[in-house]
Design a protein around this ligand. Structure first.
Ligand code: PLP
Length: 321
């Protein structure tokens, strides 16, 4: 089951559940011609005692609002978004993976401009949908750490759309990720496009480093996606592990100064980074062998325990269904 709501005559209609996975569109729908689309990604998980919980869905609702605003789309109200999450999760309860499997039910909310247009302008009508799929780990092959390469192509321009979740940011990453996979890397590490000096993020996750002093350091930039996982880790690192947390610009030529590195995101959860290849100069972190005693390992285990409902989360982080 998926949730569907339509925006017509300047208002959102009543949302409903549907078993129809197809969207029928006019060939000149704004989304097909001018990529007017925004989306989100979040997970519902089963707890050890069989309950179903969702992590920080309110922040996904807020980020979708920011993305929609940037693409001149109507705001899909937060209350409606949270109601859609509940409806879709409940309707698909049977296919939520068990706690033991480590899997989850991935929810993909998205919104598209459906009005036919020829001249470049925003649509007048929109469709919001939320579909679901059971998922396992993001990086294939059971690897427990990932290999990155510094990418020569850019992901986001200053004052562009890198800080919102729009399909267009991912369309332009397809060429680079296909090439990276062919060359044996798991992901691309993008640099700031203005100076190609600072670390930004990867195609589908934010990045963080652990310094020799045991500080949690993560890039500050207006052109990266404000990851909900990263925002949560900043709190976890300081409140649960007592680490100093630092958001600042990180130069690519200082990545050797860190001892650990990890990717974070809804899909990646925390994926420890084994290596970053910067045009042949390879930086290897922690021998790629992150034990539970590494700071990355500890952060991962706390994050997963919070997301699984095993340890108490800060107020408002967990929605029980
Ligand atoms: N950065 C990019 C480009 C992403 O696509 C994602 C995935 O959603 C993230 C970061 C991680 O964000 P979040 O933690 O909110 O899932």
């Amino acid at each position: 089951y998926r949730y569907v709501a339509k925006f017509e005559n300047d208002a959102w209609g009543e949302g409903f559940l549907s078993t129809d996975e197809n969207v029928v569109l006019n060939e000149s729908a704004c989304v097909l011609q001018y990529a007017q689309s925004v989306f989100e990604g979040l997970k519902a998980r089963r707890t050890k005692d069989g309950r179903i919980i969702v992590f920080r869905a309110d922040l996904n609702a807020e980020r979708l609002e920011d993305s929609a605003y940037r693409l001149s789309m109507p705001i899909f109200p937060k209350e409606k978004f949270l109601e859609a999450v509940k409806m879709v999760v409940k309707a698909n309860e049977e296919v939520i993976p068990s706690y033991e499997s480590g899997g989850s039910l991935y929810l993909r909310p998205f919104m598209i401009g459906t009005t036919p247009v020829l001249g470049v302008k925003p649509a007048l009508e929109y469709e919001f949908r939320m579909f679901a799929s059971p998922v396992g780990p993001y990086f294939q092959g059971g690897k427990n750490s990932v290999d990155l390469r510094v990418c020569d192509l850019d992901r986001a321009a200053p004052h562009g759309t890198g800080n919102v979740k729009s399909g267009l940011n991912y369309a332009m990453s397809l060429f680079a990720i296909t090439e990276a996979h062919k060359l044996g890397y798991d992901e691309n590490l993008y640099l700031d496009s203005a100076t190609r000096t600072y670390v930004e993020e990867t195609g589908g996750a934010n990045i963080f480093f652990i310094s020799y002093k045991g500080e949690f350091v993560t890039p500050k930039s207006d052109s990266i996606l404000p990851s909900i996982t990263r925002r949560s880790l900043l709190e976890i690192a300081s409140k649960y592990l007592g680490l100093k947390v630092i958001e600042r610009r990180i130069r690519i030529d200082e990545i050797d100064n860190f001892v650990e590195c990890g990717l974070c995101g809804t899909a990646a959860v925390i994926s420890p980074v084994h290596s970053i290849d910067d045009h042949g100069a390879k930086h290897v972190y922690f021998g790629g062998n992150y034990s539970e005693n590494s700071i990355t390992g500890k952060l991962k285990s706390i994050l997963i325990s919070i997301q699984n409902g095993e340890i108490e989360a800060p107020d408002g982080w967990i929605m029980s269904l």
